[in-house]
Design a protein around this ligand. Structure first.
Ligand code: ATP
Ligand code: MG
Length: 139
């Protein structure tokens, strides 16, 4: 099976963590590790380094630093793709115009506050897992 990094973003953790964890388990993911973590500004900048020239980058960093995230290492066949499919499109508002259910449609507030993060590829997943979990686990 493949691994991916999932984050429940700061504004969503408190209210909806349990529902999201249940949905993850119901979808057949194994949760290999899970921890609440306050990501540093430097970690967020690395996590989203591809977006550093975007006009919303500072807002994104501030938001992701605004409180603890729940970080999870998920394992499943095609975990990267499966988790992104479950998250849904980046913009929950736009996604609500279609019929497709997703975590972001359900729990997201707007394109910035969109409830969850997922790695974009298997390579990125390995980098992001190492970034967030560091020495906590090495497999
Ligand atoms: P993520 O990487 O968090 O899983 P994603 O891959 O769907 O989301 P990216 O393009 O990587 O989307 O953007 C990373 C994050 O930046 C988004 O999840 C969202 O929080 C924020 N973001 C993206 N586009 C915008 C925008 N136009 N305005 C404000 N915030 C945005
Ligand atoms: Mg992304």
């Amino acid at each position: 099976p493949e691994q991916t990094l999932a984050l429940i973003k700061p504004d969503t953790v408190e209210e909806h963590k349990d529902e999201i964890l249940k949905a993850i388990q119901d979808a057949g993911f194994s949760i290999l590790h899970m921890m609440a973590v306050c990501l540093s500004q430097a970690d967020i900048e690395k996590l989203y380094r591809k977006l550093q020239d975007k006009p919303f980058f500072n807002q994104l960093v501030d938001f992701m630093c605004s409180g603890p995230c729940m970080a999870l290492i998920l394992s499943k066949f095609r975990a990267v793709h499966e988790w992104r499919a479950m998250m849904g499109p980046t913009d929950p508002c736009q996604a609500r115009e279609t019929a497709a259910e997703s975590l972001r449609v359900h729990f997201g507030k707007d394109i910035l506050h969109n409830a969850v993060h997922g790695s974009s590829s298997s390579e990125r997943a390995n980098e992001e897992i190492h970034l967030v979990f560091g020495d906590v686990c090495r497999e």
